[in-house]
Design a protein around this ligand. Structure first.
Ligand SMILES: [Fe+2]
Length: 536
């Protein structure tokens, strides 16, 4: 990859024949796209079909900057430094001997300022749908766009990055810097880092400042500040066990947050009502830390849905800071069905993106579909540092309810014509460091021949412990109104929320025995034989 070379002077190359050229260079294959947005700099990248040299011309006010990518290469990355903060800049590329039109970007503010940004993810596999979503996002003119991962079907295949990501989102990416999170389909590919890693000189600058190796963004996780927003972007491929570099980095990065809003971006969600569901492993490893350190908002993808959770907090103490998680995985990939879980404030199966407006102590998340029709809206506010996100649910209750998906259906033997009962038991494991408490009860268990004992019971599972839950089911087919198919529904309840768990699976009725073959018909009697017998 060609690396940047910022020129303070030397406009001669530009003068004359190239000035004023506005045709899109045919050699351009992907980009330009913008990364590394800071108050004083930005990185502009592009890819050509054949190796070539390149140059960026940037204008702001009455000033002009040039930066070269002098070595023939296909992927070019040029950093413009020394820019003024919160300033609209225009730029164009020179690719070979052709120039692009001018496009615009805006540098980051150097302090708190109102901002509007976009979030979306899972843009893979269907370029036409991705193009619709990207164009709808561009119409909102966001300051930057956060991508929650799964850019393409297979992140190791460069051609897919062009066809599935850069070309469909070209208009958006020319003027809207991107903050990318690694998804599962990126497969930890070096291609992700080729496109999105910060320029090498920034890495060297961080090393010279004594940053620990774990802080280097080449690991796929990164911290980024924009005005009053602190973003912490996680790498779904990197482990988060105690002592692992990503967790060490995250603890350090959270301690260094100074902004009003703390926003975590992680491809895999903690809670989700889509096909994949939430990650119990991530809940166990990260949620206590994020809640303790006052993270306000988590953006995720992975499930191709839109979903916003209710606010949840560590414990039911009203002073515990709540957190809201949003899954926005509708950037083009085939949609998944949703079955709203007990954590869901809004869940839908549709292409989608989020526009987030931040002004002073208010943060407004608006979700839209691919035609920019509103889907959902949530307002989070802070007054004197105290959050008003709405009533929060204890996270332990949601974790208890999330365990419902582990239940297998209870297999009840077909009773035939006789009453039948069966004892059941299942073990409830608690992987978390806090107690899980909830209730198991039964619905629709009266007047239809079914009886469940006990009809409800408290389930209490010690931290990192296990509990065995037992109950007995009985069905009497001779009872009035007996209906085998109306098997009672098991329900878990906690903190005023409930979720159904699989009901009984009734075993197939016993196979009817093969009927005894009828006795063979008597031999036809022969009157003559009879006569003979009689004669004997
Ligand atoms: Fe994924």
């Amino acid at each position: 990859m060609a690396r940047p070379c910022l020129l303070a002077a030397g406009f001669a190359w530009l003068a004359g024949s190239l000035a004023g050229a506005v045709e899109m260079p045919t050699a351009l294959e992907a980009g330009p796209f913008l990364t590394g947005l800071r108050p004083d700099r930005i990185t502009i990248s592009w890819q050509t079909k054949e190796p070539t040299t390149g140059r960026v011309e940037c204008r702001f006010g009455r000033q002009r900057r040039l930066a070269d990518s002098p070595a023939p290469a296909r992927l070019h990355q040029v950093t413009l430094a020394g820019l003024p903060p919160a300033t609209e800049c225009s730029y164009r590329l020179f690719v070979g001997h052709a120039a692009t039109p001018f496009w615009r970007f805006r540098t980051a503010p150097d302090g708190p300022a109102p901002v509007r940004f976009a979030v979306y993810g899972d843009s893979r596999s269907n370029p036409e749908k991705h193009a619709r979503v990207a164009q709808a996002i561009a119409a909102h003119d966001p300051a930057f766009v956060v991508h929650t991962g799964d850019f393409v079907s297979d992140g190791r295949v460069r051609a897919q990055w062009v066809a599935q990501f850069f070309v469909p989102a070209a208009e958006l990416l020319r003027g809207c810097p991107i903050l990318p999170a690694m998804g599962t389909h990126e497969k930890h590919s070096p291609v992700f880092y080729d496109y999105f890693a910060p320029p090498r000189e920034l890495l060297w600058a961080e090393r010279l400042r004594g940053a620990p190796p774990a802080a280097f963004p080449t690991a796929g996780w990164t911290a980024w500040r924009f005005g009053s927003l602190d973003f912490l972007v996680l790498n779904s491929y990197a482990s988060v066990k105690p002592g692992d570099p990503q967790l060490v980095w995250l603890e350090q990065a959270l301690a260094e947050c100074r902004g009003t809003w703390r926003i975590v971006v992680a491809h895999e969600p903690f809670f989700s009502s889509g096909k994949h569901g939430g990650s119990e492993k991530l809940r166990e490893a990260l949620l206590p830390l994020l809640l303790e350190r006052g993270v306000d908002l988590v953006f995720a993808g992975h499930d191709h849905t839109y979903e916003r959770t209710v606010p949840f907090a560590d414990g039911d103490d009203s002073s515990a800071p709540p957190l809201v998680q949003i899954v926005t995985g509708g950037g083009g990939a085939s949609l998944y069905k949703v079955q709203p879980g007990p954590w869901a404030a809004h869940a839908s199966s549709t292409l989608n993106f989020c526009i987030v407006g931040v002004e002073d102590d208010a943060l407004v998340v608006s979700a839209y579909d691919d035609a920019s029709r509103p889907l959902d809206c949530a307002v989070l506010t802070k007054a004197n540092g105290r959050r008003d996100f709405g009533e929060a649910v204890p996270v332990a209750a949601l974790e208890f309810l999330a365990a419902a998906k582990r239940f297998k259906s209870f297999s009840f033997p077909h009773p035939g014509a006789e009453p039948k009962s069966k004892e059941f038991s299942f073990s409830a494991a608690n992987p978390y460091a806090h107690e899980m408490v909830g209730e198991l009860s039964w619905e629709d268990a009266e007047g239809n021949g079914w009886a469940l004992e006990p009809p409800s019971q408290t389930v209490r599972v010690a931290p990192r412990g296990k509990a065995t839950v037992r109950f007995t089911a009985r069905f009497d087919p001779t009872a009035a109104g007996a209906a085998l198919a109306a098997a009672p529904q098991a329900v878990l309840r906690a903190a005023g929320r409930s979720v159904a768990v699989p009901a009984f699976a009734i075993e197939a009725p016993p196979r009817p025995r093969k009927p005894e073959p009828p006795p063979p018909p008597p031999e036809p009697t022969d009157p003559f034989d009879l006569e003979e017998e009689e004669e004997e």
